[in-house]
Design a protein around this ligand. Sequence first.
Ligand code: HEM
Length: 126
Amino acid sequence: MNEAAIWAEMGDEGFRQLVTAFYRRIPADDLLGPMYPAQDLAGAEERLYLFLCFRLGGDTRYQEQRGHPRLRMRHMPFRIGVAERDRWLQLMGEAMTECEVGAEVRSELEPFFAQVADFMRNQEPT
Ligand code: HEM
């Protein structure tokens, strides 16, 4: 993955907008909405934003506030199967469209999100 090219186009502001567009879709979502903390959606939004700035831009704020990401462990309290994974990716796809993420960067971000989302799965397909 070409993190430098992604960061050059998205930057801090681009990821802020992307995450805002993603989280705007969460409360009304029948599958994912109930999983997120209704009283701290802004906090959840901030954590994803800082994680993306960390993972794709080398920004240290996420680590300073949250330590090692341990994403798989942090997703264990939630039941994540194929349907939840695919819904997360669908909402992120819609957010990327809304934010008019360029085709080249999108072709890098899509497989990145898909890989991480699949790694979060903690339920076998039935
Ligand atoms: C596969 C479907 C996914 C579901 C259902 C899901 C759900 C959740 C939920 C319910 C939280 C707790 C919200 C909070 O209070 O922070 C969370 C946290 C988080 N998720 Fe996901 N997530 C998914 C995939 C992903 C992916 C693909 C990424 C990264 C690209 C990601 C990154 C994060 C981060 C960084 C946090 C905050 C971790 C922390 O506590 O520092 N998630 N997720």
